[in-house]
Design a protein around this ligand. Structure first.
Ligand code: NDP
Length: 322
């Protein structure tokens, strides 16, 4: 079979298409023929070595496909089941053995492309809006990179929960995409001062929560637009990591709360995984949550997919189809 392998960390050129034997599933694993694999910013972090994995490794934390074999201890999944996952690395390949603890069944009518596009960013948007800061009607939030993969889904879920959403986006075209996802206002933060704009929208009061996946270029300014005891949910760093800072700033700016959450810590049990994946896939099936596929690439074009994602020119989901 063909897989993408990373022999050493570095630029997109380290993503190599190589031959490998089809793996045998371990006792608690299922061998899945991959129908589609999601491309996420976390794959870039592993590729450049910001997040660590033993070399060589196959990137890709998300995918969907059909089970072709199961390990001896597997009871809840069987050959022929259509499945998806969003938290197991090794998805950039024609086959992958996935621990069944990470798998969910794909509902009828949800295809592999949709399943692979929904899981990681969808469950992330779910935990951000339902758990990190559970939004309620009347809340006001900022969603940075609101036209991005995770951002666009978060905008939609925040609207479902009755919040007012101020999005940010890098271009006018992306601003339109964020608006069409439901954002009440969108600030083009490459030419507008997002803090000044948000203060205007909120009559100087500030928002209840900032969901920040951009990091370095937005984080400190984001603390200025929170209401007293508001919450900064820093969940990514697409512009670079936030520099160390004095926690006394949180006091000076209004007894603020700060969290730096991960999806893994929000799917700790089978019940939690089923809740989040069930909501996300269910809403997609019912037409309540809309995915936007930016582009589908051949497996051998993984490097180009990474260049596109890092190059800031994408809006929505990037997928590899083996
Ligand atoms: P996106 O589709 O959001 O792509 C990244 C976007 O970030 C770009 O399109 C761009 O949008 C914006 N951006 C701002 N500054 C830069 C920059 N200097 N370089 C590149 N991009 C920039 O990607 P994902 O949806 O895959 O991921 C978004 C973020 O969410 C990532 O940081 C990721 O790590 C994080 N994440 C965290 C999870 C968690 O559980 N903690 C889980 C999933 C994702 P624009 O042009 O509009 O500014």
């Amino acid at each position: 079979m063909k897989i993408i392998q990373i022999p050493k960390t570095g630029g997109a050129e380290v993503l190599e298409l190589v031959d490998a034997p089809i793996p045998s599933p371990g006792p608690k694993e299922a061998l899945v023929k991959v129908g589609a694999a999601g491309v996420n910013f976390i794959d870039v972090y592993f590729r450049i070595g910001l997040y660590k994995a033993p070399l060589p490794f196959t990137p890709g934390n998300e995918g969907a496909g059909v089970i072709e074999a199961v390990g001896a201890e597997v009871t809840d999944f069987q050959v022929g089941d259509r499945v998806a996952w969003g938290m197991f690395r090794g998805s950039y390949g024609e086959y992958v053995s996935v621990p069944v603890a990470s798998l969910v069944h794909l509902p009828d009518g949800v295809d592999y492309t949709t399943g692979a596009a929904a899981m990681l960013q969808g469950m992330t948007a779910h935990y951000l809006s339902h758990s990190s800061f559970p939004l309620k009607p009347g809340d006001q939030c900022v969603v940075h990179a609101a036209a991005g993969g995770a951002g666009r889904l978060l905008v939609q879920m925040a609207k479902m929960r009755g919040a007012t959403v101020y999005g940010t986006a890098g271009t006018d075209e992306k601003a339109e995409i964020a608006k069409s996802a439901g954002a009440d206002e969108v600030i083009v933060y490459t030419r507008q001062d997002f803090a000044a704009e948000v203060k205007k929208f909120t009559d100087g009061k500030g928002v209840d929560v900032v969901y920040d996946s951009v990091g370095e270029s937005t984080f400190l300014k984001g603390l200025d637009i929170l209401r007293p005891r508001g919450m900064m949910v820093l969940f990514g760093q697409s512009s670079g990591a936030v520099s160390p800072f004095d926690p006394a700033i949180l006091n000076q700016k209004g007894s603020l709360f700060l969290t730096r959450p991960s999806l893994a810590h929000h799917c700790l049990t089978r019940e939690e995984l089923n809740w989040r994946a069930g909501d996300v896939l269910g809403w997609i099936g019912e037409g309540k949550l809309e995915l936007r596929i930016h582009k589908t690439y051949a497996l051998g074009d993984a490097a180009q997919a990474h260049r596109d994602l890092e190059g800031r020119g994408t809006a929505g989901k990037l997928l590899l189809v083996p």
